[in-house]
Design a protein around this ligand. Structure first.
Ligand code: NAI
Length: 456
């Protein structure tokens, strides 16, 4: 293990040494930072000299995250995480970095990695290391490096886990069970991670409490729907530079993320087709004004395809075969299995990187189809993820749930718990206040009316 880590560290240092492009630091200061990294930190990142760019991105996020700024102030005074180690695996861009800084302000020792090889931003990782956090992540790491980064973060022996997709929890349970006694609990950010946790819990295998952060109203109502809705189209638009108006967009999955993605496609002027497996969601899509049909039918007419189901092989070989020449495919679900990329790579007669993050595949049937960001989450791998104001709410829920675990972890009997309702309401009230909006308050008489079964 130690040998593997040294090897990686050498690669990351060499990447810094070899820099020839003009950057914010001169050679001497870059070397100084590398020495700092080697002597004082245990981090594995691409290039510490990128820190200034990362710091500016984090500053921009901070300016736009009212709730997190308030929590940072509160946590600085109250230190709810004093003496606690937090291991975090979340898409490592500037909003996540600010969450890490807020938790650190609360007294936590932070051990940070990404949750997808293509969503880590190297400058943001560098800024965190410069700020004294331990980071193990770089953009475009191999699957083996990704796994090592997860392992190295966990080697700190965390008390709290903050997970996005379940990779930390999975590694602890399957390969590092000796860590379990020190873990108070953890928080899970996304739908797919919760599906994995529920499966573990049902099998009696989940060994510490996990908070279903995704299921909080202030998370999925806004993050999954409006966050994914906007950022998916930001990723597609900036990557393809193609018009959406007048095109046919196929959205696979009409859950929270799918609703947002379809709604924004409609707003851009597309004709939207939804594919579903759930008859109720399918009716909802029809009543929202969208066409509904099986994927193999939609495959024949779609110009853009977005999968956002959390399921496997939603677009497969049979669908590729009937697609139009020039069809653009992408995924916004957590894992890169929704488009059957393995099979597409096998059957392609030719491949061509057409633009950054656009790979063309020539099919045996003769047409070319184009996949964005290798089928990984398009809004993060080919964009900057959700807007800051949205992640402000999601990460406020994360931070307050982590605080709840520290305060109440020992009392919890259930292994899978919901975000306490008072935390959800607290976040909503704080957000409304920042939005400058007021709402009505029930009078005593109204409360009585709503709680009565006798009053007419
Ligand atoms: P959800 O559970 O609300 O919706 C998923 C929908 O997909 C359901 O309606 C289900 O019936 C449908 N579905 C499942 N298999 C299908 C198939 N084979 N064909 C068509 N439809 C199918 O889940 P949610 O919250 O919308 O999340 C979906 C995925 O997106 C998850 O993997 C989640 O982790 C991920 N996610 C991604 C984000 C991003 O930033 N890109 C943000 C939040 C979640």
């Amino acid at each position: 293990m130690i040998q593997e880590r040294c090897y990686i560290r050498k690669i990351s240092l060499r990447a810094s040494d070899d820099r020839t492009d003009d950057h914010h630091y001169n050679k001497n200061s870059a070397e100084y930072l590398i020495i700092l990294l080697e002597e004082k930190m245990n981090s594995e990142i691409r290039d510490l000299s990128l820190a200034e760019s990362g710091e500016r991105k984090i500053e921009w996020v901070k300016r736009n995250c009212d709730l997190l700024r308030t929590l940072e102030k509160e946590f600085t005074e109250t230190k709810p995480f004093a003496g606690k180690k937090i291991a975090l695996s979340v898409h490592l861009e500037a909003k996540t970095a600010y969450l890490c800084k807020v938790l650190k302000a609360g007294g936590a020792d932070m051990y940070v990695t990404g949750s997808n090889p293509l969503s880590t931003q190297d400058d943001v990782a560098a800024a965190l290391v410069k700020d004294g956090l331990e980071v193990h992540a770089w953009y475009d790491c191999t699957p083996e490096e990704y796994e090592l980064h997860i392992r190295h973060v966990l080697e700190a022996g965390p008390n709290i886990i903050i997970d996005d997709g379940g990779d930390l929890v999975n590694m602890v349970h399957t390969k590092m069970p000796e860590l379990i006694p020190a873990i108070i609990g953890g928080c899970e950010e996304t739908t797919t991670g919760i599906i994995r946790l529920e499966a573990m819990n049902n099998a009696g295998e989940l060994k510490f409490p996990m908070v279903r952060v995704n299921n909080a109203d202030c998370k999925h109502f806004f993050d999954n729907r409006y966050g994914t809705g906007q950022s998916v189209w930001d990723g597609i638009n900036r990557t393809t530079n193609l018009i959406v108006a007048g095109k046919i967009v196929v959205v696979a999955g009409y859950g929270w993320c799918g609703k947002g993605t379809a709604m924004r496609a409609k707003g851009l002027g597309a004709r939207v087709i939804v594919t579903e497996i759930d008859p109720i969601k399918a009716i909802e899509a029809v009543m929202d004004g969208f066409d509904v049909m099986p994927m193999n039918e939609a495959a024949k007419i779609g110009d853009f395809f977005v999968t956002v189901t959390g399921c496997d092989k939603v677009i497969d070989e049979e669908d590729f075969a009937v697609m139009k020449d020039g069809a653009v495919l992408c995924n916004a679900g957590h894992f890169d299995c929704e488009i059957d990329m393995a099979r597409l790579r096998e059957i392609a007669l030719e491949t061509r990187e057409q633009r950054k993050n656009i790979m063309g595949y020539k099919l045996p049937t003769g047409q070319w189809i184009f996949v964005l960001a290798e089928g990984r989450l398009v809004n993060l791998a080919a964009g900057d993820g959700h807007p800051a104001e949205i992640m402000d709410m999601s990460f406020a829920i994360q931070a307050l749930s982590a605080k709840y675990l520290v305060e109440h972890g020992s009392e919890l009997t259930e292994k899978l718990i919901d975000v306490p309702r008072e935390v959800d309401i607290d976040v909503a009230k704080r957000k409304l206040a920042f939005l400058g909006k007021e709402i009505d308050v029930l009078t005593e008489e109204q409360e009585k009316y709503l709680n009565s079964y006798t009053l007419a």
